[in-house]
Design a protein around this ligand. Sequence first.
Ligand code: HEM
Length: 411
Amino acid sequence: MADDSLPQGAKLTARDAAFRDDPDAVYDRLRQHAPLYRDEAYGRRVLTRFDDARHVLRSHDFGVDARKSLPESYMRRVAGTGVQEGAGATAYEPPLVLLDDPAHRRIRLLMSKAFTPKAVEAMRPRIHAITRELLAALSGAGEIDFIEAYAGPLPTRVIAEMMGVPASDCADLKRWSDAILMGYDPEREPAVQARLRESYLAMSAMFKDALAARRRAPREDLISAMVRAQKDSDRLSDLEIISLCTQLLVAGNVTTTDLMGNGLYALLKHPAELARLRADLSLMPRAVDEILRYDCPLTETARIALTDTMVSGCPIAKGETLTVALAAANHDPALFAEPHRFSLDRDASAQLGFATGPHVCLGAPLARMEGEIGLQAFIEQFPDLSLAATPPRRRALPFFRGFERLPLRLN
Ligand code: HEM
């Protein structure tokens, strides 16, 4: 468990360029020499083996509520949006992903009544229509930034539509959700924090108004469904609905953008696999699993030990933060042969890109559908697609791995 198991000078954060450029090299070394690495710099242990990751994500010995972690833990630094301070106690409710039972079970159950498979399936024709619209806007373009022009706007448009928010509000929603995302960077600067707080309050205000409007005149959308769930059981507070709406945007937006960005990049770097996919589009669901495994958009999540416990024979003290490196688990050779090879031959369905256990991604079916439809439509539209001469740029934000910019030549 010695500190020298980390490559010299490397820090386990996407803020570090060496780690950002080649996380696999760091994770491989940790998995081999210190699979429960004690990361003193950030007050946590980092788990890199598939079996350990799956165990911790499914075990009741671990929770997500930062208030149960040791002082100075990584979890506390990440979870603090700073919105609570000075904004009044009613302005902030922790997102679902940071709540333990019983609140988590209650809210997740109510949320799944609104976010039903039927509601998701109903979005299929709309996702096709939105991709067509975005593609039409690219007609005649030579070079584009895939993130700005396509992978960024698509998920925002989709979730906004599900919520019944007009397309004209999407630019605001996207800007706010990008700013709120910075709450996952424990080393964020004060100016970033200020923007985050402002954005959270602005987005909450928009959803508060939408909630009041749906209560007066219900419609066929997600916010109305949440209001109905509230009425049926009277156990979902207004603040909880607002927090859920915010989380759907923040958690669902950038991750789906990155599924498409990381996926298209992997395909362009592996032209034989791209050619196979073009020739047989029924491989699309398999390709999405392989993308989620090979370069997963949410690289890490965290858990807190709720009791003194053990992981792989190693004692873990109550209150310790464990970072579960999903990206490392997805490259564990114990489960995936030749893990650093991108291949559509592989059955990658065991990948942990959506996690597992009680907090498994609620939006996974929607994200898969957007990824499949969005990527397929794009590669069909542009048969001569290639990377542009301007190099792509990765985002320097912990957890959320994706491209800030992915320049493409369309023909
Ligand atoms: C490719 C896209 C996506 C990826 C990779 C992804 C990944 C994840 C992961 C790994 C978790 C679990 C975190 C943990 O266990 O700590 C999660 C939770 C969650 N995701 Fe996603 N997600 C994606 C898209 C979406 C979408 C589109 C939505 C909704 C619109 C969404 C909503 C949520 C919610 C509400 C949770 C919290 C669930 C809970 O705590 O019970 N996600 N996501």
